[in-house]
Design a protein around this ligand. Structure first.
Ligand code: HT7
Ligand code: ZN
Length: 860
């Protein structure tokens, strides 16, 4: 497959001011008539040919201005010869939604028909310039069987509808906002809506609907309320008002990602719509709110201003992730949400930045753009914009975003346009900062310090590691919030410093004797801080820092230093004992600290994940050993649980007594399951009986799932009975059955691989539903114990899934590859096994573009 390069961008030769689409809907043969009014684009090189992208399409007919056209196929694309300045081109295609297993374009899901067009799905519906810089106004007519598809939805406003009297009916839709084809959407199905109007700041009444199948209606209130909260927040915080009279959200059960921001007609994975306390955890509720907000915020950052080309994807995704993170921080509490977001970044993005698939947030080339919907483009993209905000402050940042929205409204813009608007609006020079868009790799900052009189001299050295295709890097501007505390208890004031050369020394005032530096407070920059702070200093920060993020960070640092040492086998017996003692003391303090709420306590009781420890262990020339990491971490959990048995059981009893609807209940539920997990490491029998009791008494999914999670990793009689009860209770609810698969796939049970193999044979398993595949095999690929089983059986199983899934749903298949692609940073035994699986996949031939690109890059 050819490589597409950012530097080759050229504007399209033709503009398409209006597009008319006529759909005769039928599950196995939908007839699409597309009429494109085209005119020469004066800003582009003239061409007598119009290239219309297609993917697996055949043209039934092509006419230009009502007469047969001169046309030919060029691979999947249709080329039409156009002699004049302005023409009307009509194309008829017939597509088979029921055979569309890729879930791109028009496909069937659970009896309905729906679309997914980002990034290049529209070309599977009709021939079209399927690129984000061709904006067109759409008028759509859809007609279909009234019994099968009583509801017919499209972008914009419904302008007419009618009944043909023969069992079919039709609707016409018009979207007044010009949009690229990737934002087109259509849904036809037997749906009901939960509706509630929203009145915008200027008084526009918006009809808001959440459409689902009738049996799911009772679980849609949270989604609808989240939408209203998002609409209000965007008005207040970014000055953005909604711009249509209708906002439709439709939930579908077969979906490749989380949701899609199609103009006025968002299509959502049911996972991010449906929630009630009996079937969804607190985390699920948060995810629904976050994804609803994300898609809503795209209306401005993505739809009103879209991307010029797919290399600019972070323009809309990075900015929108930042906006949804800010929203959730405002809704749920700043510190805890920030800690969660940083945990996600470290688990998903740092490994990507350190591996064979590393790429800048604005990539330079790709073979398959679907492979670039990554944590780098999304989450690091958000961090990069967050850094701009930290540097200029809230007010000037808002001036920058106002200018951006104003200047580029209605355009297909670039990341450069965004940076320039922030520069102009906020009055800041971001010249060197642009390196964050072009350089991949997570910067590492080595910290050293010296006291001179009443000043602390803080010396910082940055290195940006080499990444594929980028051997040499330049220093980047790195904003860091710092404070210099004193071990006497005096806390220093926070200040922002910007490290913008390879090495720099900053003079900071001392707050008292024995300074302790709190650095990268609030995680101002997505970097790795390398320093060797004494255990005492870390314990001091964990207990006293006035930045809650920094407190949790100090505990993580304490855990990482100890566990990496333990996994490498470099700790003396004394160091091992001292390290454990310090961590136990910090856990004891967190459990006892009455000033903490449980939501924050829960964050402080989380040990660094095995993925994060993998990253910390595999630095420089050192390799990660997942087996040793797992043993060390489980050992530390057992040591904590043995030393704090009484405190943990007391915490479990205290949090169990807090009722579901108590405002403190959420935090309590988090702590309850965490302490149960710790108890299990030292005393499986007690943990099993507590977990079984928690399961039996639970009046909500958070408690039930937490108890089952702990039971799943134990080889105890309570396990089977609760798993069976859970299945029996929820067998008709697909999203909850997904949880049932995931809990078993993620477990540390010695027989986890056998369990996963058996579950793949379960009548409820299907490889065709992405939620189900993610719930079983994707979860397993993230199970550090099972996936990294030393004999390679886990790797083999994942490679088999990739091969089986690739012909069915290449996008989802390709998403498994990064797990195997980490082989270079792993100890030689496992590395050889992982590499062999990648080679086996490549040798199988006939791979999709998606999987081929990921596997071949992973082997380079
Ligand atoms: N912008 C949306 C991306 C998306 C997508 C991409 C490829 C294949 C399927 C997809 N479904 C949705 C999601 C978002 O970031 O809001
Ligand atoms: Zn998005």
């Amino acid at each position: 497959p050819p490589v597409i390069r950012r530097e080759d961008y050229a504007p399209f030769a033709w503009a398409v001011p209006t597009t008319r689409l006529d759909f005769r809907l039928a599950p196995d043969a939908t007839r699409v008539t597309a009429t494109l009014d085209v005119e020469r684009n004066p800003a582009a090189d003239p061409s007598p040919e119009l290239r219309l992208n297609g993917d697996s399409l055949t043209a039934e007919s092509v006419t230009v201005d009502g007469a047969p056209a001169t046309w030919r196929m060029d691979g999947p694309d249709l080329i039409v010869t156009l002699p004049g300045e302005r023409h009307s081109v009509e194309i008829v295609t017939i597509i088979d939604p029921s055979a569309n297993t890729q879930l791109m374009g028009l496909y069937a899901s659970n009896g309905m028909l729906c679309t997914q067009c980002e990034s290049e799905g529209f070309r599977r519906i009709t021939f079209f310039p399927d690129r984000p810089d061709v904006l067109s106004t759409y008028a759509v007519r859809m007609e279909g069987d009234k019994a099968a598809f009583p509801i017919l939805l499209c972008n914009g406003n419904r302008v007419a509808e009618g009944d043909n009297g023969d069992g079919t009916h039709w609707a016409e839709w018009h979207d007044p906002w010009p949009k690229p084809s990737y934002l087109f959407a259509l849904v036809a199905g037997d749906l009901v809506a939960n509706s509630k109007p929203f009145t915008t700041v200027s008084g526009r009444k918006v009809e808001c609907n959440v459409w689902v199948r009738a049996e799911d209606l009772a679980r849609t209130d949270h989604a609808l309320e989240s939408l209203h909260r998002s609409m209000k927040w965007d008005e207040e915080v970014f000055g953005r008002e909604y711009d249509l009279d209708l906002y439709n959200i439709v939930a579908v059960s077969d979906f490749n990602m989380g949701a899609m921001e199609n103009k006025g007609l968002n299509v959502f994975n049911t996972k991010y719509v449906l929630a009630d306390p009996d079937t969804a955890t607190d985390a699920d509720f948060d995810a629904v709110e976050g994804v609803i907000a994300h898609e809503y915020f795209h209306n401005w950052s993505g739809n009103r201003i879209t991307c010029r080309d797919w290399f600019q994807l972070s323009l809309k995704e990075g900015f929108t992730v930042l906006r949804d993170q800010m929203f959730s921080q405002d809704m749920r509490g700043e510190a805890v949400k920030r800690i969660e977001d940083v945990r996600i970044l470290r688990a998903a993005q740092f490994p990507e930045d350190a591996g064979p698939l590393a790429h800048p947030i604005r990539p330079d080339s790709y073979r398959e753009i679907s492979n670039f919907y990554t944590a780098t483009v999304y989450n690091k993209g958000a961090e990069v914009i967050r850094m701009m905000r930290s540097m200029v402050g809230e007010t000037r940042f808002r001036a920058g975003t106002d200018l951006y929205f104003d200047r580029h409204d209605g355009e297909a813009a670039t990341c450069e346009d965004f940076v320039r608007a922030i520069e102009d609006g906020a009055g800041v020079d971001l010249g060197q900062f642009r390196l964050w868009y072009s350089q991949a790799g997570t910067p590492r900052i080595a910290v050293s310090q010296m006291v001179e009189g009443d000043t602390l001299k803080l010396t910082l050295k940055q290195t940006v590691p080499a990444t594929p295709g980028q051997p040499d890097k330049q220093p980047m501007p790195i904003p860091l919030k710092v404070a210099v505390h004193s071990r006497s208890g005096a806390l220093g004031a926070e200040q922002l410093i910007v490290l913008d050369s390879a090495e720099q020394t900053f003079d900071l005032p001392l707050a008292g004797p024995d300074p302790v530096v709190s650095i990268n407070r609030g995680f101002t920059a997505p970097v790795v801080i390398e320093r060797s702070l004494s255990r005492e200093d870390l314990v001091f920060l964990a207990a006293h820092d006035d930045d809650p993020f920094a407190r949790s960070e100090a505990l993580q640092e304490l855990g990482v230093a100890h566990l990496v040492g333990a996994a490498r086998g470099t700790l003396s017996a004394e160091e091992q004992a001292d390290g454990e003692a310090a961590i136990i003391a910090a856990f004891r303090a967190s459990l006892a600290d009455a000033a903490l709420d449980d939501a924050m306590r829960g964050e402080l009781l989380v040990l660094p994940s095995e993925t994060y420890l993998f990253e910390a262990m595999a630095t420089g020339t050192q390799l990660a050993d997942p087996g040793a990491i797992h043993t060390a971490r489980e050992g530390l959990k057992a040591a904590i649980a043995t030393a704090l048995a009484g405190e943990l059981q007391a915490a479990h009893a205290r949090t169990s007594a807090i009722p579901l609807d108590d405002p403190a209940g959420r935090g309590a539920r988090k702590v309850k399951t965490l302490v149960l997990g710790l108890i299990a490491a030292a005393d499986p029998a007690t943990a099993a009986s507590l977990a079984a009791a928690q399961y039996d008494a639970a009046d909500n999914m958070t408690g039930r799932q937490g108890a089952l999670m702990v039971l799943c990793s134990l080889d105890v009689p309570e396990r089977e009975a609760r798993l069976a009860a859970f299945y029996e209770r929820y067998k008709d609810n697909a999203l909850v059955i997904d949880k049932w698969f995931t809990l078993q796939a993620l477990s540390f049970h010695p027989d986890v691989i056998a369990h996963v193999r058996k579950l793949a044979e379960h009548p409820d398993f299907t490889i065709r539903n992405p939620n189900r595949v993610r719930s079983l095999h994707m979860a397993f690929a993230g199970n550090p114990k099972g996936f990294h089983k030393a004999d390679g059986e886990g790797y083999r199983m994942v490679a088999d899934v990739i091969l089986a899934l690739d012909p069915i749903n290449p996008q989802t298949a390709a998403r498994f590859v990064p797990a195997l692609g980490r082989w270079r940073r792993i100890e030689p035994g496992r590395a050889a096994l992982m590499k062999a699986e990648l080679e086996r996949i490549l040798a199988s031939g006939n791979l999709s573009r998606d999987t081929f690109e990921q596997v071949s890059r992973s082997l380079e």
